[in-house]
Design a protein around this ligand. Structure first.
Ligand SMILES: NC(=O)c1ccc[n+]([C@@H]2O[C@H](COP(=O)([O-])OP(=O)(O)OC[C@H]3O[C@@H](n4cnc5c(N)ncnc54)[C@H](OP(=O)(O)O)[C@@H]3O)[C@@H](O)[C@H]2O)c1
Length: 327
């Protein structure tokens, strides 16, 4: 049965893993959704995985917008009560410089926040940040007061350093702009998002999570010694919970499970014995900095509950790969 109608919200980056799952869930919950996708001049995009979603014909509107042109988001934000800013230029192959990516990402979010201010209808903005913004020194547990040391990342240049720097500086710039201009901005800090997907291609973070089964690939994040995971549906629910909860304020780490990569291998071997050969032949090639444990205490104390464990994440991811003949 269709849920009672809620207000209209905007989701940026609707073509992506998290964005598309969020659209599906918001439509289920009774929201009307304006989403933004990038238009590619040479490519007619097939967005039937969005337009075929239940309730999409009545309540989903798709707009073209690009962080290159921050004002292109204005029309999608008009009349919305909330904005989920999910889009981010993700470039693990360093096709562009870190400075270019960071500048685009900051200009984009400031333009989006400005549009929210001018709309006079947006009550709260929820921004998808990343665990890359709270990298600690591996000796302690990090919480929302932690910030990645951008200068250290520039010096050490670990894999995905431009992503780490751009996410950190974008979240900082957004929080500062929001505070100065009286915008209600909440940020969500997810770890590795894993689980089922509705996108036609396998999402990057699911590809990373399944690397022991799918084999090595150069342009994805590698398992750190301790891998933190969260199910895509839990991250989505956390975003919606934080939009709706009147007491939400500031940053929220969203991470459900941490497991050493050795125990992860054991878990995969036991649960999916059909992939025994791939898992036992896999060799670690970590290019990741050691990470601290992350605490979700603040999110849990606000009343949020995680629903999923590793089993549901990997069952969902593997089933979706099989349905698309990727496994
Ligand atoms: N997946 C994870 O493990 C994880 C963990 C922590 C945080 N996050 C954050 O979650 C968000 C979504 O990530 P995801 O995993 O869903 O990645 P994704 O599938 O690659 O989605 C990224 C989205 O951003 C859009 N985008 C990229 N550059 C853009 C630009 N210049 N203008 C407008 N849109 C642009 C992409 O559009 P195209 O389809 O046109 O490329 C896509 O819709 C990101 O902010 C990411 O940093 C993800």
């Amino acid at each position: 049965m269709e849920q009672e109608k809620k207000g209209k919200v905007c989701v940026t980056g609707g073509s992506g893993y998290l964005g598309s799952w969020m659209i599906m869930k918001l439509l289920q919950l009774g929201y009307s959704v304006n989403t933004t996708i990038r238009s590619h001049p040479d490519l007619k995009r097939d967005v039937s995985y969005l337009t075929n979603l239940p309730n999409a014909p009545e309540r989903l509107h798709i707009f073209n917008a690009d962080l290159h042109k921050p004002e292109s988001f204005n029309i999608a934000i008009e009349g919305c009560i909330g904005v989920f800013h999910v889009a981010h230029p993700i470039d693990f192959e360093d096709k562009e410089t870190e400075e270019t990516i960071t500048q685009r990402s900051i200009d984009g979010i400031i333009g989006i926040l400005q549009a929210c201010l001018e709309s006079q209808t947006v009550k709260r903005v929820v921004y998808t940040s990343s665990a890359a913004t709270v990298l600690g020194d591996s000796s302690n547990i990090v919480d929302e007061s932690s910030w990645t040391d951008v200068d250290l990342i520039r010096t050490l240049k670990p894999f995905a350093s431009s992503y780490t720097i751009s996410k950190t500086l974008t979240e900082k710039a957004a929080l500062k702009f929001a505070e100065k201009n009286g915008i209600d901005l909440v940020t969500v800090i997810p770890t590795w998002i894993n689980g089922p997907f509705i996108t036609p291609q396998i999402p990057g973070s699911v590809r990373s999570s399944l690397e022991m089964i799918l084999g090595h690939q150069s342009n994805i994040i590698k398992y750190p010694p301790i891998v933190p995971f969260v199910h895509v549906d839990d991250v989505t629910n956390a975003h919606i919970f934080l939009l709706e909860n009147p007491n939400a304020k500031g940053r929220y780490i969203c991470s459900a499970v941490e497991i050493t990569r050795e125990k992860l291998a054991q878990f995969l071997l036991t649960r999916y014995p059909e992939f025994q050969k791939q898992i036992t032949e896999y060799t670690w090639t970590s290019r990741e900095l050691k990470r601290s444990s992350l605490s979700s205490k603040k999110l849990l104390e606000t009343g949020f509950k995680y629903k999923y464990g590793l089993e549901e994440m990997f069952d969902g991811a593997i089933d979706c790969c099989k349905q698309r003949d990727m496994l």
